[in-house]
Design a protein around this ligand. Sequence first.
Ligand SMILES: [Zn+2]
Length: 131
Amino acid sequence: MKHCPNLDCHGLAKFKIVSEFNDTAKICSDCQTPLVDGPAPRPNELGGRPQPDPDIELVPILVARDQAQLILIEEALDMAEIPYMAKGEQIQDLFGFGRLTIVNPITGPVEIYVTSTDVDAARQALAEILD
Ligand SMILES: [Zn+2]
């Protein structure tokens, strides 16, 4: 585990989360700062996941019916570089911002959230899926 030590990192500025990377990464993908070893410091050590800033207003934009649709949504949002979170019946914790990693098969609907400032861009990116 490595993390970005740059306090001016724009990933950090936008989401108030220090970016973490696996050991093969050498520079921060957000700011190109060389990474340092160890997990990112976080205020809440209990969670184990980076917690989104509660001040960020999250807006649910759609509900994925199944995992196939969820993958389409993930691809569309990744292409548009829109950060998002997903919450489903079988996912108790909100995912951190960034790429959604499905460890267990999802059987129930998954609600997709973006920040209030990204709603329009996200709706555009997902227009084909929403039709
Ligand atoms: Zn950075």
